[in-house]
Design a protein around this ligand. Sequence first.
Ligand code: KIV
Length: 278
Amino acid sequence: MPYLKPERPEKVTAPSLRASKERGERLVCLTAYDYPTARIVDEAGIDIILVGDSVGNVVLGYGNTVPVTLEDILIHVKAVRRGVQRALLVADMPYGSFHTGADDTVRAALRLVKESGAEAVKLEGGQKRVKLVRRLVNEEISVMGHIGLTPQSINQLGAYRVQGKTADAARKLLDDAYALEEAGAFAIVLELVPREIAELITSSIRIPTIGIGAGVHCDIQVLVFHDLLGLAFGKLPRFVREYANLRETITDAITQESYGLPAEAAEELKIELKKVNK
Ligand code: KIV
């Protein structure tokens, strides 16, 4: 497999991330939702591929992640699974798939692992999810936590805002992180958190933090594929740097002029066409 980073071709696993943190390695996570993108991302040497419920915004055309279903995620993880060899493949647990009890949560997570081939699941929420995280880990399912801005709570939050801006809120975030680590999560996403708080959390826990809009001190950075490459519609979050504008590239490619017929041939053809139309 022609990886761009041949010096680190070994498979990334949930436990290997902790060792990477201990060695001070900076890793990268990207989202992917289909086979070709998964292949490109994996072969580029990206360490973690997340089939996020952001699929709702960037692929399915929803305004937020709330409508995304378990069936949606299953389809996308299956496609991505076929394209990934080296990266750790993580499936998001969509809104509603872990809200009706521990047994339902285990059932949904097992489907993501057994049917679609995810190697870990991610679920949003801090201390209030600790029991669920512990239960999933007990059932041999690797769990990634997600605190700070939790987009599935949009109907309660009202808007996507930076979280943890007061001392109390920051303390709660730190307690969330400790609780998730203690429950057995192997990593924690910190979304839209002040960089000082992300740094404090990162240095306080032994499992890696995965930052999105949380500053440079997180162990791992995660971005949404479509945001990075100019394939998203609407306003981009401030922290996103667009490295390419594939929208423009695609538009140019599909609207390119076809080759013109030399004037002489066109003239001749007109005569012939006239004859045909008589
Ligand atoms: O759904 C998603 O893509 C995510 C990342 C932004 C962390 O949750």
